[in-house]
Ligand binder design. Structure first.
Ligand SMILES: C[S@@+](CC[C@H](N)C(=O)[O-])C[C@H]1O[C@@H](n2cnc3c(N)ncnc32)[C@H](O)[C@@H]1O
Length: 238
């Protein structure tokens, strides 16, 4: 058994304080409540020279293929929005919990898919018991928390996941810092200010960090890139 000295206890207390502050301090800078009613329509519109929803349907299908929901299982879709990913598990016979920080998104989701068990919640404080779920999905949502908060979000996912559970994260991210610089520099050269502003308005992940954090937690990883900015990280708890 580890014996804690006073310094360890102070360090732990400070760490817990900082996690609590991060959980409380997160603000919805994008006002998702106001986007909820038109969200599905907006997916069909392309940006002028930058389309974050390129490969959207393909990416959601890939998450389902990898997570492979089975009859009788429970899964959670975090940042479920209007339910486009989580709802794909319903015909497969799984119980789906849909978590979102936006009440309007949850209301649209419930209207479209009454079977989904919608819950108000946050990446950093999921309204789900320890070890309750067989799998977790999340699409186009994790890039709304900062890089530091992403590590906490992964730990929170690990808390609610059963042993041998599966996680599929489909999101806007770069392979690594070098790739981020390359892509941004290509957009600069092409004079595509729209793309640069869109990227800088959000917190696109560094995929290599996600992989390293999952590996520290003992997960096996599979990666699937769709394009320069959209990737899937699939992780299995060992
Ligand atoms: C761009 S939408 C994606 C919705 C859906 N997953 C999809 O793929 O169409 C982002 C969703 O994530 C939710 N979201 C953003 N930050 C979140 C957070 N920190 N915790 C929980 N949900 C969050 C938003 O409220 C919104 O519904």
């Amino acid at each position: 058994m580890k014996v804690f000295v006073k310094e360890d206890i102070f360090a732990l207390a400070n760490q817990l304080k900082s996690i609590k502050q991060k959980r409380k301090g997160w603000q919805d800078e994008w006002d998702f409540n106001s986007q909820a009613r038109d969200y599905d329509e907006s997916l069909k519109m392309n940006g002028y020279r930058f389309n974050v929803h390129e490969n959207y349907d393909q990416a959601l299908a890939k998450a389902i293929e990898f997570v492979h929901p089975r009859e009788g299982e429970t899964g959670v879709d975090i940042g479920i929005g209007t339910g486009n990913l989580g709802s794909q598990c319903i015909p497969l016979g799984t119980h789906v919990i849909g978590v979102d920080q936006s009440d309007e998104m949850l209301s649209v989701c419930k209207g479209k898919h009454p079977q989904i068990d919608v819950r108000h919640g946050h990446f950093l404080a999921l309204p789900v018991m320890d070890g309750e779920v067989d799998f977790i999905t999340t699409s186009y949502a994790l890039h709304h928390v900062t890089e530091g908060e992403k590590e906490l979000a992964l730990r929170e996912m690990d808390r609610i996941l059963k042993p041998n559970g599966r996680i599929a994260i489909v999101d806007l991210m770069f392979a690594n810092q070098h790739d981020r610089e390359r892509v941004i520099s290509d957009f600069k050269e092409a004079g595509n200010q729209e793309a640069i502003l869109a990227i800088e308005d959000e917190y696109y992940a560094d995929r290599s960090n996600l992989v390293a954090w999952f590996e520290q937690l003992g997960y096996e990883i599979h990666i699937h890139p769709f394009n320069d900015i959209l990737h899937m990280v699939y992780a299995e708890k060992q």
